[in-house]
Design a protein around this ligand. Sequence first.
Ligand SMILES: NC(=O)c1ccc[n+]([C@@H]2O[C@H](COP(=O)([O-])OP(=O)(O)OC[C@H]3O[C@@H](n4cnc5c(N)ncnc54)[C@H](OP(=O)(O)O)[C@@H]3O)[C@@H](O)[C@H]2O)c1
Length: 291
Amino acid sequence: MFLVTGATGGLGRRIVRRLREQATPVRAFVRLAAAYQELEDRGAEIFIGNLQCDRDIRKACQGVQYVISAHGSGDNAEALDYRANIDLIDCAKAANVQHFVFISVLGAERHYEDAPTFKAKRAVERYLQQSGLAYTILRPSGFASNLLPIAEQFRRTGIYLLIGDPESRSSIISTDDLAKIAVDSVSIADAHNQILPVGGPEILKRGDIPKIFGHLFNREPFLINPPVLALDGLRTVLGLVNPHLQASLGTLRTLLADEFYCTPEEIQRVEAIYQFRLETLEHFLRRYLAI
Ligand SMILES: NC(=O)c1ccc[n+]([C@@H]2O[C@H](COP(=O)([O-])OP(=O)(O)OC[C@H]3O[C@@H](n4cnc5c(N)ncnc54)[C@H](OP(=O)(O)O)[C@@H]3O)[C@@H](O)[C@H]2O)c1
């Protein structure tokens, strides 16, 4: 039995689908208000709980062999990116879980002081490594699925908002490839007790993305390109009413102001371990947007 947290999220949903395609038993940790019918229809066992409640985490881990931690944090990195994962690791250990897959983030080791999610991810990575559990830590770059609603909007308007430097590099990962990697990590010996940066097969400049959209939809992009400084101003204003949000915008700022890409060697390593070719962003978009 697998336990998947964040099972209604962009990645978690794909992990559950993949497990069910293989007829593997999976318990999907979901919140009551979330849209989980699809997961139930696919045969997942639905566990309704809240990751801010350690009793729910303890119960969810009962009878589980594998855990995939794929939940996000909204604007509460301390409670969800950090504390919920620490509780999950403790409960997984107590329940004799055989393997724990943790979805971290590319750049978790870079000590970004202003990015609570990055700090939490690194602290959890360390905790997991010292827990005695068998683990795989995946450090993905940005998910291709994040771009689907933006692409749909571009299809309608031709407008693309790019905050920050169009020259900065990233390697967008197919969310379906990442789901496959997360699932296969428990059974591939070379993935055991590894920290793996995971990105798409090509290093893109952020300014390439509207060009790809333009090519796909046969439309000249109209680029709106404010500097990252514009976000700083907004952050200061928001901080007056919501300090939590101001802190979590530090993570967004870090993502916009820095480069997040994998080297060709890192990509080759992932492809060699998991024995498949990673999908390009354009290929992913064509599949989902039926172009
Ligand atoms: N998106 C990216 O580009 C990216 C890049 C690198 C790493 N990551 C990491 O990858 C993981 C998955 O990201 P994602 O984009 O797929 O996430 P997402 O779409 O934002 O989904 C977040 C998931 O976490 C669940 N969740 C949030 N608070 C919860 C709570 N208190 N109790 C139970 N469940 C809760 C949400 O449930 P509801 O449906 O109820 O809200 C949802 O299923 C995260 O750890 C993220 O940090 C993401």
